[in-house]
Ligand binder design. Structure first.
Ligand code: PLP
Length: 385
């Protein structure tokens, strides 16, 4: 059975072009970029090129890029590195819909005496900018707000937020793990100070990521040890991963516009048909300001996990908004924060597409969804017949 992969916000396929660039770095060009010999120097040049490719996609200077092990490390570094650099400030402002890579770090800091403000969102998952403005004070060290939400795809007005925050003299970080490679970004025209990205969300491998650190931004290193990354992140570089990330960014920069159109067309077809053909279904999140690849749909009175299992029988991979997969029966904190009723939050499914999806895959899924939903409704104790 063919796998139909609609779970690209969880991770993506490594692009063939990316793999090709990475391959020589394992058994041929395996030197340590910090070594003095010519062999090591060759590897150093590969990292330099990758840094330029990442900077090219983001519209910043290569010296403003630090390679990390992924989105989680970048987020942890941005938050902890800023607080260490501003030891007299004790307040962090974030949003209640962040990924755990941000939210759990902030909550941990909250238990160590920091004041942590989690900004609320409305029914469509939008932030209240006025609340943000009111919360910024002299004690605020950092505002960290995600660029795009991993569950709903909702995109926040980050350039506007960055301007507002930095005009008040506060450092602004954005977790752009879901945005980079999916929507165009131009950091040369933005006030963002710190930005996190992750390779495996844009067709590079897992275990590599990067941080943008705007020139002049105070940030203490999080990983201590050797002098790699100009002393900003210790540890021997994941050279194949970095080279792969560079290539993935180059491909994204080249193709982002046409890929967006293709992916959005497929996503809209999938979403519109499901919403039309499945009664008691609704879209979660701001329809207008959304990633082009993400659709989060709630089906009242049934379990998201049951839908996933039935889709899985047909080789269709999606994801559920509820956290049951991670051992908790609580529905997603994002959907709950948006006020999605419990019965609908439990029955939510996220489809996240990529450039590798096809019209045939969408047609196949559209055909399978209504009978699955009807069957589960027949079995649901919440639906009276
Ligand atoms: N931030 C967001 C918004 C994410 O979606 C993810 C991964 O799902 C991460 C951070 C963590 O990234 P990584 O898996 O590279 O550690």
């Amino acid at each position: 059975m063919k796998t139909i992969y609609f779970d690209n916000n969880a991770t993506t396929k490594v692009a063939e072009e990316v793999l090709k660039e990475m391959k020589p770095l394992f058994c041929e060009l395996y030197g340590n970029p910090s070594s003095m010999h010519t062999f090591g120097g060759q590897i150093g040049r590969k990292i330099r090129k990758a840094r330029e490719q990442v900077a090219g996609l983001l519209g910043c200077e290569p010296t403003e890029i630090i390679f990390t092990s992924g989105g989680t490390e970048s987020d942890n570094t941005a938050i902890n590195g800023t607080l260490t650099a501003y030891p007299n400030k004790r307040k962090i402002i974030t949003s209640c819909v962040e990924h755990p890579a941000v939210l759990s770090v902030c909550r941990e800091l909250g238990s160590h005496g920091y004041t942590v403000v989690e900004l609320k969102v409305d029914k469509q998952g939008r932030l209240d900018i006025t609340e943000l403005e009111e919360q910024i004070d002299d004690d605020t060290a950092l505002v960290t707000i995600m660029y795009a939400n991993n569950e709903t795809g909702v995109v926040f007005p980050i350039d506007k937020i960055a301007e507002l925050v930095t005009n008040r003299g506060v450092v602004f970080h954005t977790d752009a793990v879901q945005a980079v490679g999916k929507i165009p970004l131009n950091l040369s025209k933005s006030n963002i100070d710190l930005l996190s990205l992750s390779g495996h969300k844009l067709h590079a491998p897992k275990g590599v990521g990067a941080m943008y650190v705007r020139k002049g931004t105070r940030l203490s290193p999080f990983m201590l040890g050797g002098h790699q990354e100009a002393g900003r992140r210790a540890g021997t570089e994941n050279v194949p991963g970095i080279v792969g990330l560079g290539k993935a960014c180059e491909l994204a920069a080249k193709n982002i516009k046409e890929e967006n159109e293709k992916v959005k067309h497929l996503r809209d077809k999938l979403e519109n048909t499901i919403l039309q053909q499945c009664p008691d279904s609704m879209l979660n999140g701001d329809k207008e300001n959304r990633l082009p690849n993400t659709s989060n749909i709630s089906f009242e009175f049934i379990e998201g996990e049951a839908i996933l299992l039935m889709l899985d029988k047909y080789g269709i991979c999606a994801s559920s908004g509820s956290a049951c997969t991670s051992g908790s029966l609580e529905p997603s904190h994002v959907l709950r924060a948006m006020g999605v009723p419990f019965t609908a939050a439990h029955g939510s499914i996220r489809f996240s597409l990529s450039r590798y999806n096809t019209e045939e895959e969408v047609d196949y899924t559209i055909e399978k969804m209504p009978p699955i939903i009807n069957r589960l409704r027949e079995l649901s104790p919440f639906v009276s017949t």
